[in-house]
Write a new protein. Sequence first.
Length: 444
Amino acid sequence: MHKEQNRFFRIIRIFFSRRFNLHVDKADEDDVILSIRKNTDFVGPNLWTLIFAIFIASIGLNVNSTAVIIGAMLISPLMGPIMGIGLGLGTNDFELIKKGARNLLIATIISIATSSLYFWLTPLHDAQSELLARTTPSVWDVFIAFFGGLAGIVAGTRKEKSNVIPGVAIATALMPPLCTAGYGIASGNIYYFLGAIYLYSINTVFIGISTFLIVRFLKFKVKHFENKRYEKKVSRYIIAIITITILPSIYLAYRIVDKSIFENNARAFITEQFRFKNTQVVNRTFKYSSKGNEIDLLLIGYELPDRTIDSIRKNLKNYKLFNTRLLVRQGLNAKQEIDFTQIKASILEDVFRKDSASLAVDNRENKLAIPIPDIHPELKALYPSLQKYSIYNVVERRTDTLPADTLTQVVADFTGPFSPAERIKMREWLKSRLKADSVKLIIQ
């Protein structure tokens, strides 16, 4: 029995070791190091490519175009210096670390300067949603940077290069935060600048850490020096760099996770505790701080009595909102700073949400009411064998989906045969003549 168990576990171990073996298709170590070292440099073509990519990404953020931003991230060579730093840490190559850090700093400064110049010159100064999304990092950004970095270095150590590296460039999104930082400088908004640099730092640090881990896992040759004293000095520097890099990143990750948990709990608290028929929450603000969190609510409608609010405050602990202050503002008295723009936006949002369900139905009814033109003379001239026909707008419903589709249905009866090619030609003509989005032709 014991032998059978050992045999079973040995088979399982062999299966997983073969399936998940990173040494399969591994490129020559010297070629990998040479490739990463080459991509670490930011001179000539690499530098100009970076500048052009920054302009493209800035335009994409400015006009709120996701496709343009993705294109810029595909062009960007920013991954090179970060992977170079990770490789240097993993192989005790202090010169490569210094080279990668120097080039990354140069690339970062040039990127921010380029984006600042663009946003200073552009006539479009509004902060679009794509830009605002790069000012508030979340816990998912940490995971994306870490796993994206793992995928990037694994792909970089293969003989056969794939489309993983461009995918990593898109997923980890190094370019947009730098452009957002430039927008913060050009617009004089320090919070946008700090938030974007924060996100960029998270991406950079976790890509570097993931590169370091894979390099060590693949057992790349660690650099040794003839002068043992110098080797110990370099090792101490590298250990210090790793410690300085990893410890703050752990703290950053913890803070981001903790903030996300607080905001999720706060949303659940508001949704469940502020269910009143004649009172509505029109604005909510979450303030996360190490000194104590705060939930700031603005209510309209009938004012809630103090005892009701006190009772709600006692439920904060049930949602794990410890050390959280609940601030409730209600009524329109002059002592409170009421943001009427927020009230208006909330009311419009509520109206839109309530009416959106019936909007599609109204559109379908309006389309059904559109009169159908008389095309009898044209059909008679084009199709002499046509005996009779009927045209009407209908709502087509499927049993496997909820949405319905409105289309124009044409039923035609011919005396002779009607070929598939003629059917397609007639349907396209009907679609154009009737100005219909969709035509269903039935030949009897």
